[in-house]
Design a protein around this ligand. Sequence first.
Ligand SMILES: Nc1ncnc2c1ncn2[C@@H]1O[C@H](COP(=O)(O)OP(=O)(O)OP(=O)(O)O)[C@@H](O)[C@H]1O
Length: 560
Amino acid sequence: MHTQQHADWQTTGLARRARSWLAAAVILGGAASVLFVLQLIILAQTVDNLTFKGHTLASAHMALIEIALLCAGSLLVQWLADMAGAEAGLRISTSVQRDLLHHLFRVGPIGCATLPAGQIVTTLTEGVAALEPYFAQYIPRAAMMVILPGLILAVVFHLDGWSFAILACTGPLIPVFMALVGYSAQSIMNRQWLQLVVMGSNFLDSLRGLTTLRLFGQTQASIDRMRTMAEAHRRATFSVMQVAFLTSATLEFFASLSIALVAVVFGARLLHGTADFRSAFLVLLLAPEYFMPLRAFSASYHARQNATAAATRIAEIASLPELNIAVDGEKPSATHITSLTLDTVCTSYADEPALQAVCARFERGQFIAVTGESGAGKTTLLRLLLGFLDVQSGSITAHDSHGRTVPSPQAHMAWVPQRPLMLFGTVADNMRIAAPQTDRQSLREAAQKADALAFIETLPQGFNTPVGERGSRLSGGQIKRLALARALLRNPDVLCLDEPTANLDPASAHAVARALHQCASYRIVIAATHDDALIRQADQILHVADGKVTVCRQSKDVAA
Ligand SMILES: Nc1ncnc2c1ncn2[C@@H]1O[C@H](COP(=O)(O)OP(=O)(O)OP(=O)(O)O)[C@@H](O)[C@H]1O
């Protein structure tokens, strides 16, 4: 991965996405600190005036108003600072989530499959959410840990050397100690995160494979495995909390010790008459505030560790290589593809060569069958055409009826995979994924062409029948036909299908074959298939074997 790209996904790189909001949070926080310290200075002066200097309450009323105004002002400015921090956190987390999703689309389905789905889901949800408190709280508090104590030290320096020395010596001990604790806590945090990811992946796998687990009597074993993982995650979370408690206990100890020391030293000097009340009172007011930002910082310290662990996972997803061609979001150009040419195209899965020097030409009106043994590379050829795999050498070009090159040919293609995706929703919802604005009549026409209308009409609510997740209420063959109807809704110039007649009864297979043949009269239809009936009606046959593609005009060529 490119170093610069990696740095962009680290927490410091991510902070650039909301730099002005973070700056506003820090500046406003600093302003609130100044107002707050001023308020304490006037308060100490007023108490001193009223108690020892014989001032009356009436003469002090201006000072009391000033205190009230400064108090309200510092609260308001602090609230604005918190809002700016929250806005920065939200902007960064939502932009990271959006960019990761766009990136995953550009990586494509093959690249995404190199990471477990559970890891991707956990990173995109919990991982991204972990960034929010880091930027909303940790960063402004880290800045405040320097600003407010610095301001207080400056004021105390003018008031009393002893107190300054005590605060100046004990204050830095806390961040040093916390850095030491944090260093060891990071590995615990990473372990907790890893366990969360493993648990998420396993949970997703168990849900997906419920039928298989049940079939092989593995339900209890799966429950036990989940329990073990949940227990490991609980223990890791407990370790994290122990560290958090230890950190805050140490902090409290140092802070209390230091404040007590300041109080004792000042008390003794007050008794001996070597210190004045106003300074003593002000220092005692300021001392707890000196440690307050350190406490607040330590309370959000785990946010940094969470965010660092999450940023590593985010960078891992961001490092998945993107495809050279856009696979999503491209608007088809106004022209239509009438021919598609593959010129000595080579492709591979990661470093594994998949197809070598593929040469072929497809014309509108042709039905092309891709044949070959299981695992030969038929699906790979379709993935290559669809832009799910990069062309490593050679070229794929599309032309319109005037011989002009059609840009982004993938935007003119539709795809019916071996196991089409059905989402939770109705039949109509699932069809409209391809074309959201489609009216009911067009849905019916597409379903008719795909031989799906008859079964849809027998469903209890027709097009409004819920199909469940991954089409759980439909048969394999019904899902296939529904997916074909959906693909036709897009009115593609090139229709790619993987085993379109598998799982269909002979009558439905025949109907789908007829439908495909009809579709091919005004587009290019390419189907990977083992179905002899489909192969027989093909205008062109591509036979895949040993990573090579042989173009045969007639099915008998293959037999030969
Ligand atoms: N995502 C992947 N990563 C690495 N190798 C893969 C991937 N998908 C497929 N392959 C490999 O590429 C080769 C061709 O697979 P492909 O799915 O194209 O075969 P197929 O001809 O469509 O098989 P079938 O008829 O069983 O669907 C196989 O050896 C397979 O193991």
